[in-house]
Ligand binder design. Structure first.
Ligand code: SAM
Length: 456
């Protein structure tokens, strides 16, 4: 699936790219043509400021054209830090001595209530890998518990799941709980590096990990989300490999990744970040996000709080479509944060509360969105991609994002914030071309003001 020599060759062939080569590949992106592997390799070789600027500008235009001002918000929820793997980069590696734990149903519901109190509607469930202490039944029961936790404003409407590669049977059980996207990071596509950093445990099996999405899709999971842990190996190799993996799934199943995550390696317990020779610089990171945006315009790109406020602000412009906010990366972390304690899987950089993140997004002319409509209307997998590619999705995404923002303002905002959102909606409604959609939105917003919720 990932032909290493093919990638090495692409990178070798493009190692001396000329300005003209770069311009041609950028022009293709500008004309909204599909980029070849060679184009992507050419863009990965960009070093000069002037070319980078042009790359960022095109990425920004594509982002704007396809996603408008919308940014989807979610939070991770760590359920268990038991782990049988030995991954050199991870704070949960089995050699690390600390009191491992997993949340009980009551504790899960306590964490969810804290997340709901912040206004969250979308979660990403995270666990370490331990078939005994954290079985698939534990995970599925936990997901049910999450969906069943209500506060006065409703419940969590979409649970995405990031659990270790598993069997078709287990993926089927996961699917039956009504998950959104199944997320799994390949960490590195470079097999020798993969084998070096995954010292032991089930995760050490490169082929099993790489084929996880085949099994997830075979089990009926429509949306799969990939990722690379940038910093383990050469980012140029990784971006090309991600694209090959995506194309493989497109050919095999008619639809590629629903999302791509771009985590960068951070300090963690029991690892020395200086011992990793492929750390990605800020400039390289921005380039990665922009190139992914050009190469797969309709695939969501997810950014976590591993990145600083400043970096997040910048790459949101170049292509990010989903961000986490107010995250804790430890089991029971939301409660512990309230109590001022906690053990994280890795360090985070953006420590702001969701409300601050939302205010900041609005100040920068973005529309924070808690929308979950596509998944709940069955617009998943190839159905979602077909709609996205036809541009028709615009008719639903924009208005739905505004509705979830209105709902957030009514339930979690003060009068001043509600006025800001009302003004914003008045401004945005003018840009909606279709009268019927405009009227429907106005009608639903009015209904929400009268007390109805969860409209889309
Ligand atoms: N156990 C699941 C698996 O095996 O895929 C994954 C869940 S783990 C909680 C989520 C992700 O955190 C990992 O896939 C890895 O990419 C990321 N991660 C681990 N250590 C990290 C570090 N030091 N810095 C940044 N991200 C890290």
């Amino acid at each position: 699936m990932i032909d290493h020599h093919y990638i090495y060759n692409l990178l070798k062939k493009t190692s001396n790219v000329t300005k003209d080569n770069i311009r041609q590949s950028l022009l293709k992106a500008k004309d909204r043509k599909r980029l070849s592997h060679k184009d992507i390799a050419v863009l990965l070789q960009i070093e000069e400021e002037e070319d980078l600027k042009e790359l960022f500008k095109i990425a920004q235009d594509i982002k704007q054209e396809i996603y408008g001002k919308r940014i989807v918000i979610f939070a991770p929820l760590y359920l268990s830090d038991y782990c049988v793997n030995s991954c050199l980069y991870c704070g949960y590696k089995r050699e690390n001595q600390f009191q491992r734990r997993k949340l009980t149903r009551e504790e899960i519901q306590e964490e969810v209530k804290l997340l709901e109190k912040m206004g969250h509607k979308r979660l990403a469930v995270e666990v370490g890998e331990d078939p005994i202490n954290c079985s698939i039944e534990y995970v599925t029961e936990a997901i049910k518990a999450i969906y069943e936790t209500y506060n006065e404003h409703g419940n969590i409407r979409r649970v995405n799941v990031n659990i270790a590669a598993t069997t078709v049977d287990n993926y089927r059980k996961l699917k039956d709980t009504g998950i959104g996207t199944y997320i799994l990071f390949q960490e590195t596509y470079h097999q020798p590096t993969y084998e070096k950093v995954h010292v032991s445990g089930p995760k050490a099996n490169y082929a099993y990990h790489l084929t996880a999405f085949n099994r997830a899709i075979a089990a009926g999971i429509d949306d799969v989300g990939a990722g690379v842990l940038f910093g383990l190996y050469d980012y140029k190799f990784e971006v090309l490999a991600l694209m090959l993996h995506n194309e493989y799934l497109e050919k095999e199943y008619g639809v590629g990744f629903h999302t791509i995550s771009v985590p960068r390696l951070k300090k963690a317990e029991g690892m020395d970040i200086a011992s990793f020779p492929h750390i990605v610089t800020d400039q390289e990171f921005k380039k990665i996000v922009a190139i992914i945006r050009l190469a797969v315009p309709f695939t969501g790109i997810i950014l976590s709080t591993r990145e600083s406020h400043e970096m997040r602000k910048e790459v949101i412009e170049y292509g990010i479509s989903q961000i986490s906010a107010g995250s804790c990366t430890g089991v029971g972390g939301y409660k512990e944060e309230e109590q001022g304690e906690g053990r994280a899987q890795f360090e985070v950089s953006d420590h702001r509360k969701p409300f601050e993140v939302i205010q900041d997004l609005i100040e920068n002319d973005h529309i924070p969105s808690y929308c979950t409509a596509c998944y709940r209307m069955g617009r998943t997998g190839d159905r979602f991609m077909a709609l996205a590619k036809s541009g028709q999705i615009q008719n639903v995404c924009g208005p739905n994002a505004l509705m979830t923002l209105m709902e957030y303002a009514l339930d979690y905002g003060d009068e001043e914030f509600q006025t800001v959102i009302n003004t914003m909606i008045d401004k945005e409604i003018v840009n909606i071309q279709r009268e019927d959609i405009k009227n429907l939105l106005l009608e639903k917003i009015e209904k929400m003001k009268q007390g109805e919720r969860d409209l889309y």
